[in-house]
Design a protein around this ligand. Sequence first.
Ligand code: NDP
Length: 322
Amino acid sequence: MVQAIRIHVTGGPEVLRPEDIELAPPAPGEVRIRHRAIGLNFIDTYQRSGLYKLASLPAVLGMEGAGDVVAVGDGVTELRAGDRVAYGTELGGYAAERNIRADRLVPLPPVIAYETAAAMMLQGMTVRYLFREVFDVGPGTVMLFHAAAGGVGLIACQWARALGATMIGTAGSPEKAELARAHGCTHVIDYRRENFVERVRELTGGRGCDVVYDSIGRDTFPGSLDCLKPKGLWVSFGNASGPVPPFDLTQLKGSLFATRPSLMAYTATTEQLRANAADLFAQVEAGRIAIRVNQRYALADAEQAHRDLESRKTTGSSILVV
Ligand code: NDP
């Protein structure tokens, strides 16, 4: 039996149930891993609440983790018991041990600690595809990035600085604003106190941004569109405040572009997944990006972790430990 957190129904944090579950031997193409650390992400709350539909219930939540291979299924040749591995796109993470497809794992370089990996695989690979694939961020880029002091946000601050971009971040308190600034965000707007659309206009001298990365959804729509220059790109990649409401395409006036990307689509093949992770590891190994594990919870305390994340209490990354 294995310690896990499952949901049987969707709902609030109270539906997260600590349970001991049976784990079958790994199927062909799978390995069994023992977690050393498990990542906590906002997507976990969408899956728990039912905003994102799961294929079946009951389900073990969690998309991210790091640990050691303890058994391999038939046909797995590139991994062996004892290998250090990590992942960020596979449901079933909130458990002491799990089975997982070997081709969705990334071997962990010796210099990257388990906790660092569990804190960055999903969020760091997200920043990587947002900055290197969705838009080619470089020294001339002026971007707006919401929730700059969050898990994805603090990695984005550092990656934007490394690329020489101008990053205007938003954050929900003066302390969070300071944290984002300390991680390389060029300008920070406290959007609970200031009108972020007006501040972006001022900061860009009326020009607007090349790209807006919006993971807040309902509360920052349509303001985010008003922060773009003509032909600018609106990247709607999350719904921390609720989904963006249905809208009329004429709201993309100014010849704006819009995309709704997902990490899963950008890491659909093993080659894409490992290329993305290799770039992330290189940034961390070079010291350009430091991963902040600002909250640690016991796996059994996943309910509290969800409450903290959804009530905007956290900064940087959060992990669950077994
Ligand atoms: P964060 O650590 O960024 O936490 C979410 C933050 O959103 C909060 O800390 C808060 O920061 C801000 N926020 C604003 N309004 C609300 C609200 N009403 N309720 C709760 N939070 C609010 O989470 P993650 O780093 O895990 O994820 C960030 C976002 O990126 C999420 O929306 C997530 O779904 C999305 N995402 C999308 C991916 C994709 O591929 N599409 C992949 C990974 C993440 P503040 O107080 O400063 O406003």
